[in-house]
Design a protein around this ligand. Structure first.
Ligand SMILES: [Fe+2]
Length: 364
């Protein structure tokens, strides 16, 4: 008996009580989890045929159990063993790999516009739908196009264009697909090496949609083309340049000298961002943790980030040195992901296979 990721996602969204039982090896569990899940170190024993390990966890009565592993095989053993004990258990089909595409939303509401934050809880990617006067703009689309299209239909919104903060290395951008399907322009920051047609974004461009303006602010460092977007002078979409709890990594596709130079450039860009009003709300493109189904927007003001992220209080020299010391391990398959995002052709790949792995975009 199994359940697919979309069904579990809906159950969590509807706050239906389920007992998620993760049976993966500990190190996998520590890397990424399903929010609100429970854990038992049962992987080895289940695979050795010792189901007594499942007696070691108390399962609440009359609650559906969803067993979870990396790809949905050991979780099947766990589910059938629990069923033998009379517990209604289902195995998560495709395991955490399938869960990678699971998502939830939270919304910020202002007088003349709204921002829907779409959180890919299975991977940590954050994308946005900006709406004003029934018009919509999508930024950093990282989920299946159908997810955005469903929200557009539900809210009766007309998609006007798509924006990207940079060429992504951790996930496949769904912006080109969405632009083509909906016959709207795709704007990408330059300089970039994309080989398909797009409209370029440069520093200081102004986009109008509904009753608001979106202004581009060039913030190179994480990548050369990285761009932030200021919405109605209140909200700053920072891509992978600045996170709520850290700064972007400048090392991908770079040797040590290039990383050093990009870290300096990132420092200058962060100073530029920090010179904006302190009450500006920062909405980044990633989070390093699974996102709860709590409908709370992941956000912080610039003033808060400035006072809580020590990296932002360093001199340029110390900043560059600290970056070089703290570079996290490189994300899985990032070279292939970048290449796919540059050609926009995903026809020969399985996105979930390629995107597998935790998000490692931030340095804090
Ligand atoms: Fe990135």
């Amino acid at each position: 008996m199994s359940i697919n990721a979309e069904t579990l996602r809906k159950q969590l969204e509807e706050k239906k009580p389920v007992f998620i039982l993760d049976v993966r090896p500990k190190e996998q569990r520590e890397e990424w989890q399903i929010p609100g899940g429970n854990y038992i170190d049962a992987y080895k024993r289940l695979n050795e045929g010792d189901a007594s390990v499942l007696d070691e966890i108390a399962i609440p009565e009359n609650t559906e159990v969803i067993t979870v592993c990396a790809a949905g095989r050991t979780s099947q053993i766990a589910a059938s063993e629990l069923r033998k004990k009379g517990i209604e258990a289902f195995s998560l089909e495709g395991g955490m790999k399938s869960w990678s595409l699971a998502w939830n939303t939270a919304t910020l509401v202002f007088n003349n516009f709204e921002i829907i934050q779409l959180r890919r809880t299975g991977k940590g990617c954050l994308s946005y739908i900006i709406t004003s006067n029934s018009e919509a703009v999508i930024v950093d689309a990282s989920l299946s196009p159908a997810v955005y299209e469903q929200i557009l239909v539900e809210k009766n919104l007309s998609l006007k264009f798509l924006l990207e903060t940079h060429i992504h290395a951790d996930h496949l951008s769904r912006a080109k697909l969405l632009a083509e399907k909906n016959n709207v322009p795709l704007y990408l920051p330059v300089p970039n090496k994309v080989s398909f047609a797009f409209k370029p974004v440069e520093d200081g461009n102004v986009f109008k949609t509904g009753n608001i303006e979106i202004k581009s602010i060039s913030t190179p460092g994480h990548t050369l083309e990285s761009m932030c977007y200021m919405i109605d002078d209140k909200i700053l979409l920072t891509g992978d340049t600045l996170f709520i709890d850290g700064v972007g990594r400048p090392d991908l596709k770079s040797n040590e000298e290039e990383t050093k130079a990009k870290a300096k450039t990132l420092y200058a860009s962060l100073q530029k961002i920090l010179s904006l009003p302190g009450d500006t709300i920062v909405l980044p493109a990633h989070t390093g943790k699974p996102v709860n189904f709590d409908n709370k927007v992941l956000q912080a003001t610039l003033a808060t980030i400035k006072s809580t992220v020590p990296m932002l209080q360093l001199s340029e020299e110390a900043f560059v040195q600290t970056i070089l010391q703290r570079i996290p391990s490189t994300p899985a398959n990032y070279l292939t992901i970048v290449e796919k995002n540059l050609t926009g052709d995903f026809s020969d790949i399985n996105p979930v296979d390629l995107e597998a792995g935790a998000n490692r975009c931030a340095i804090s």
